[in-house]
Design a protein around this ligand. Structure first.
Ligand SMILES: *Cc1c(COP(=O)(O)O)cnc(C)c1O
Length: 405
């Protein structure tokens, strides 16, 4: 029997747009991933934020399997009861009266920027330095990173970038041409920088006073990642629009644009998507919502030991996230790191050197992690990670940083 080198096959035929690590992931359960040789890794990549419910979560598997045999596609020119139930639930838990469903984070931001133009009648947009909003032309226009933008100039005009967490700079940039301000609650790709207390509230006040719409990008921070279902709940704001995607359907591709009362309904035919609101994604989204909002049973993991009897999945993220961050701050050696940042299970460790050798060493020791820029180590473990795996990963990270630096 011939042995096929699938890694080589993939290198030969895929676009080349991604630099891949030299392992092959074939299976996952909870916060564990397995390579082709059966070696197990603790997953702190978390599908880049799309695996908040871990891998092969039984509630998601069951919902997808059931719906796949019923109806997968149903464009929004027809009504569909699965979509209706999902939209109603999503609106109920998020507090937004309406939602436009799409398929990814970039697409959600793209739509939000279009809606902002329609509803404000203005073309200008303010986004933040270090901000990331996706790779399509509109979302890329709001994204800060030069390497992502420069090969594609000119992008859409009218987008201004201001320093994040500097309210005076936002005030100075807000003119009567600005239709929308687009901000993350914790800048993810840009290095895991959380909004400082009061920043988003002040931004909201400025926007309201200026007739400008506030769009909050919760693509990475949503779905329990930061210790509340949506991160902006912690900042006491009511954005005009919230965009979300990544983990909203438990790992199936899905995105959404949440529309406040102030935005209201869209006029027919002003926006659309063939796959948006498909019943398969809606069934997965509905199952995911149930898991996010119900008490935590360690479902989807092999671990059965529970921490506190009636602690919810996301409450646990808040408590354990703070404990783990405090541990990292106290134990990551001075010589390796400048700062430990984040909220909930969104961790950023600002290193004193490059992150690439750290990622490689961690992989060799059985922990998969992410960068956020050249010198920040980012961890996005599934929310369902067991206590044991989380603390083991933290310990391996502390040891590895001590060894590499
Ligand atoms: C990942 C991400 C996006 C883009 O989402 P895609 O689904 O990859 O298009 C947009 N905004 C933020 C904050 C993200 O983290």
């Amino acid at each position: 029997m011939a042995i096929v080198d699938w890694n080589a096959v993939e290198e030969q035929h895929s676009s080349g747009a991604y630099l891949k690590r030299d392992i092959q992931i074939v299976r996952g359960v909870g916060a564990r991933l397995f390579d082709e040789a059966g070696r197990s890794y603790i997953d702190c990549v978390g599908g880049q934020g799309s695996a908040n419910l871990g891998h092969a979560h039984p509630a998601i598997v069951e919902a997808i399997t059931r719906q796949a045999g019923e109806l997968m596609v149903c464009p929004e020119l027809f009504h569909n009861p699965v979509r209706a139930r999902y939209q109603a639930e999503l609106c109920r838990v998020s507090g937004f009266p309406r939602v436009f469903l799409c398929n990814s984070g970039a697409e959600a931001n793209e739509g939000a920027l279009k809606i902002a133009r329609l509803k404000s009648g203005r073309r200008g947009v303010i986004a933040a330095m270090r901000g990331f909003h996706g790779r399509t032309m509109g979302a890329l226009s709001a994204t800060w990173e030069k390497a992502y933008r420069e090969p594609f100039l000119p992008l859409i005009d009218g987008v201004v970038h201001v320093p994040y967490n500097h309210i005076d700079k936002l005030r100075e940039a807000l003119t009567d041409q600005i239709g929308a301000v687009l901000l993350e609650v914790v800048q993810g790709e840009g290095g895991v920088h959380p909004a400082q207390a009061g920043y988003l509230q002040a931004a909201q006040e400025l926007c309201r006073a200026n007739g400008t719409l506030l769009i909050i990008d919760e693509v990475q921070t949503g779905w329990g990642r930061t210790g509340t279902l949506f991160a902006h709940w912690q900042d006491g704001i009511q954005p005009d629009i919230v965009t979300t995607a990544k983990s909203m359907a438990g790992g199936l591709p899905m995105g959404a644009i949440l529309l406040s009362e102030r935005i209201g309904a869209l006029d027919p035919a002003t926006h659309g998507s063939t796959f948006g609101g498909n019943p398969l994604a809606c069934a997965a989204g509905l199952a995911a919502l149930e898991v996010y909002t119900e008490k935590f049973h360690h479902r989807g993991t092999e671990d059965t030991e529970n921490t506190e009897q009636d602690e919810g999945l996301i409450e646990r993220v808040k408590r354990l996230g703070e404990e783990a961050r405090a541990h990292l701050a106290a134990h990551v050696p001075e010589k390796a790191a400048r700062e430990v940042r984040g909220r909930g299970f969104m961790f950023g460790i600002e290193l004193r050197g490059k992150v690439a050798p750290v990622l490689k060493a961690l992989q060799e020791r059985g922990v998969l992690a992410l960068p956020a820029g050249p010198s920040v180590l980012r961890l996005l473990p599934p929310l369902v990670i067991t206590d044991e795996d989380l603390w083991q990963a933290i310990q391996i990270i502390e040891e590895t940083l001590n060894d590499v630096f």
